[in-house]
Design a binder for this molecule. Structure first.
Ligand SMILES: Cc1ncc(COP(=O)(O)O)c(C=O)c1O
Length: 421
């Protein structure tokens, strides 16, 4: 038997030791999600990507961003190019406060906001601040894998409460979970929820349920962390109040981001919260703040009305893509899966029929050339193998039919039994 020689990484770290640490800390995000595939065999057919929640590349407002960026650099270059401070650019926080007033008539000031490196940075800052090792964090099941990963990297325990139906997180199930924890003498520190166009399930929580969740969390002293990454990608229906608004600004924070409405590469998000929470987040953080340049560019872009105009232009594009995907799924995949129609956001969430083997489907999809995210990634207990998430945001409209044709062929190959006949 060949002796395994330890491979050095640097310092006194060996590769196996580092790998063991990484897999303990980041196991919530399955390799497939971030394309850890880099180290695997290249796929036989270049895949059409239905995997990531990424904006439509053809509609990125590049010319406008070039113009605004140049204006900002010429006018305020020295300020845009030096450290900006951990709370973020005042002008952007003022714009966010005005925006919160326009949306929900909230009377907030720049002190109620902190700018982060995307919603991901907001989550990291919140988890660092509010989670200690061994704490419990409650998430919806399914949920955004990045949130679980961030919570676990703070050594917190992540518990899932099932999303009951098309109205979102079921308050009865949340209550049961909270009561159970109380009996065990454990106090969950936060509830992480996406009330609008949930990632991955696509559901939107009804107003009544939002109220019940606020009440429950107030009774049990649980901080609500609402991640509203997709709230502005709305195809139908009226905007419902945020948890922050329903809770009167206490006991609930809202995370926002420019990633989905504008561009993921900006790395700009924020937290809207009561001032003591913002102060704590700012104190906890040490990365010298988000980059002032894009913050100033986005401030000018948003204040001049270009952001609102851009959102008005892209939402119909996503609605068309959603509808194109739904039509193609109806034609190619309806024997193999079921799904609900989301009223906004970037995703369709498919429940595979009994007859479809998810593991064979994953292999067949790779061979056919279509990439999606398997359901297990989204559940804290690793269940959910019977689900897959499809993003319609990134794929070109012209490729949608082909993408779903490939998926349908893969499903056919992964099928057996009467439900797939
Ligand atoms: C629900 C949710 N939250 C946060 C993020 C991270 O977004 P950002 O690019 O703003 O960090 C994503 C990205 O996919 C997301 O889907």
């Amino acid at each position: 038997v060949a002796e395994k020689t330890p491979r050095a990484v640097g310092g006194n770290w060996e590769a196996e030791q580092l790998e063991a640490k990484l897999s303990r800390r980041v196991h919530a995000v399955a390799g497939a999600y971030w394309g850890a595939g880099a180290r695997q065999e290249p796929p036989p057919v270049p895949p059409i990507m239905l995997a990531g929640g990424v904006p439509d590349p053809a509609s990125l407002p590049i010319d406008d961003l070039v113009a605004v960026s140049e204006r900002v650099l010429r006018r305020e270059g020295p300020e845009a190019l030096r450290y900006g401070g951990p709370q973020g650019f005042l002008g952007l926080r003022e714009w966010l406060a005005a925006d919160a007033h326009r949306r929900e008539e909230l009377s907030l000031g720049p002190e109620h906001f902190t700018i982060t490196n995307g919603a991901a940075g907001a989550l990291a800052n919140l988890c660092d601040t509010f989670l200690d090792p061994g704490d419990v964090a409650i998430v919806e099941a399914p949920t955004y894998p990045g949130a679980m990963r961030t919570m676990r990297s703070c050594h917190a325990e992540v518990l899932g409460v099932p999303i009951g139906d098309a109205d979102g997180l079921a308050p009865e199930a949340l209550e049961k979970c909270l009561e159970q924890l109380r009996r065990e003498g454990r106090r969950p520190k936060l509830l992480y929820t996406m009330a609008n166009f949930q990632n991955p399930a696509g559901v939107t929580m009804s107003l009544e349920r939002r109220r019940e969740v606020v009440e429950l969390c107030r009774r049990h002293d649980v901080l609500i962390v609402e991640d509203d990454a997709y709230g502005d990608i709305r195809f139908e229906g009226e905007a419902l109040p945020s948890f922050f608004a329903l809770a009167g600004g206490q006991g609930a924070v809202r995370i926002g981001t420019f990633s989905k409405t504008l561009a993921t590469g900006l790395r700009l998000g924020w937290v809207m919260a009561d001032q003591p929470i913002v102060d704590a987040l700012v104190r906890m953080r040490f990365d010298m703040g988000s980059s002032p340049w894009p913050q100033r560019v986005v401030t000018e872009y948003a204040s001049s009305g270009l952001l609102a105009e851009h959102v008005r232009e892209v939402v119909p594009i996503y609605r068309r893509k959603r509808d194109a995907m739904l039509a193609a799924l109806d034609e190619r995949c309806n024997r193999f899966a079921r799904w609900d129609v989301p009223r906004g956001g970037f995703f369709l969430w498919l429940e595979l029929s009994e007859g479809v083997d998810p593991a064979i489907l994953a292999q067949a999809a790779a061979q056919e050339g279509v990439a999606y995210v398997g359901g297990r990634t989204f559940f804290p207990d690793g269940s959910g193998a019977r689900y897959i998430r499809l993003a319609y945001s990134f794929v070109a409209e012209a490729e949608m039919a082909e993408a779903v044709l490939r998926l349908g062929r893969a499903m056919e190959r992964a099928s057996r039994g009467p439900s797939a006949q």
